[in-house]
Write a protein that binds this ligand. Sequence first.
Ligand SMILES: Nc1ncnc2c1ncn2[C@@H]1O[C@H](COP(=O)(O)OP(=O)(O)O)[C@@H](O)[C@H]1O
Ligand SMILES: [Mg+2]
Length: 476
Amino acid sequence: MIALTAAEITAATNGTLSGIGPEHVVTGPVVTDSREVLPGGLFVALPGEHVDGHDFAAGAVTAGAALVLAARELPGLPCVVVPDVERALGDLAREVLVRLREAASMPGGSGLQVIGITGSVGKTTTKDVLAQICGAAGPTVAPVRSFNNEIGLPLTVLRADEQTRFLVLEMGASGPGHLTYLTDIAPPDVAVVLVVGQAHLGGFGGGVDGVARAKAEIVAGLVPSGTAVLNGDDPRVRAMSAVAPGRVVLFGAAPDAEVRVEDVRLDAVGRASFRLVHVVGRERHEREVELRLVGEHHVHNALAAAAAALSVGLDLDDVATGLSAADALSPHRMHVVDRADGVTVVDDSYNANPDSMRAALKALAVIAGRERRSVAVLGEMLELGDEHRAAHDAIGRLVVRLNIGLTVVVGEGARAIRDGANHEGSWGDEVVLVDDVDTAAAFLADELRPGDVVLVKSSYGAGLWRLGDRLVAGDA
Ligand SMILES: Nc1ncnc2c1ncn2[C@@H]1O[C@H](COP(=O)(O)OP(=O)(O)O)[C@@H](O)[C@H]1O
Ligand SMILES: [Mg+2]
């Protein structure tokens, strides 16, 4: 964080200062976990579900925290006391960003640009790819993993400083108003909307159109002359140009997309190559891109990252080079490992919804090809509301259509995958239902043989990432 006095933090958060003088300086970092405190830092005491941050405040100060942001006075500790710590964290991030923008626009300033990314699927991947492209061009701050909510976003903003040229933010939404809250803290210069899929239908109301309305908030939340980077292939996303305050850049395969993909090919391990086309007026510029990310669905994320990078002024050569060099930085995302015993593990267990399940299963079928046995280990997709059964059933049917060799359905919540497969004509041997991750691990330890390609996937909450780790390590 940029250095702020206790008085400035108090003013930004509408708090009251206790236990320390107003001139006391805080330099950051800003953390919510007392184990991550560094000298001069700000410890944010959040009331958690299981633990209360206030219980760790004394330890944080002992570890060097210069100040605690707290919901109540903590005798003997330097604090700013606020009614709502989460809101105050957002208020502080907003104030810091205002100051950073001021500094950035001065002569010799960094020219800071804020890029916000939302969509039902692909946010983290796009964020990681964009952060790598931007990182090659200038100082870049981007979220750790999936820090995309009302806590993770301000924490990310607060990592930026006067040098930061690109601030890449992932913006998640599981209901109306969520993105407005986030853009109110960090109005983007460039807002990217990837896709309006079926993810998290549970929280939105109004079905997929409700999701679209909620995602459009990021476009409405742009700075006055900001650029909307929209998926030209998704009609609901394209329609968001109606609320764009300024320039609109479409990306996709659509003929009128300014940043376009042509001629997609997949190699034997499921990595896509394509022609990246940038249409500028009547001119057409093109470059070849070879992704290292596995799965055709990442073409779309790569294209979104390219469109955002071009929108902040990077040139096409750097964008194409950056795309071809980019890796999936966050764990458990189409992470492909060839084990010594000849089994290939595709660990995509970070999260799942119907769109990403389909994409991963198709990638599995491509990687296995004709020679190798494909094994899909699938757990429950959460937050689907009324769609839950039908969505799992459809995945079961797809497994049969893709000719997946063996499907292991993990957990009662995912049972409808097996039922769907059975209805589609699976005979039972190719699809088994097991109770939990441990049973799945034991079953696979016995069942897997050299040459098999194993995909692991579920929603985060269903916990198959634990199995992903074990399979990659070779102990399942
Ligand atoms: N465009 C896409 N279509 C289908 N699946 C996708 C797409 N982009 C990413 N995925 C898959 O969805 C899962 C989540 O990806 P991630 O980038 O973490 O998205 P998010 O941050 O939006 O949850 C991963 O399994 C990934 O491989
Ligand atoms: Mg994410």
